[in-house]
Design a protein around this ligand. Sequence first.
Ligand SMILES: [Zn+2]
Length: 58
Amino acid sequence: MMEHIKKCVKCLQYTMKEQCICGGTAVQVRPPKFSPDDAYAAYRRKAKFQILKEKGMV
Ligand SMILES: [Zn+2]
């Protein structure tokens, strides 16, 4: 998926390999540290855990 996509530091092309076809080094493209998606996912997991706890399934 998108987690493994890398970007060449030389020609700025996207690649899946460590080294780009141009010979440049490709580095992994990481999402922002405090992404709203991550925060929402963490909240969602917490909410789901709470529901399971109330049902006595945990
Ligand atoms: Zn390149």
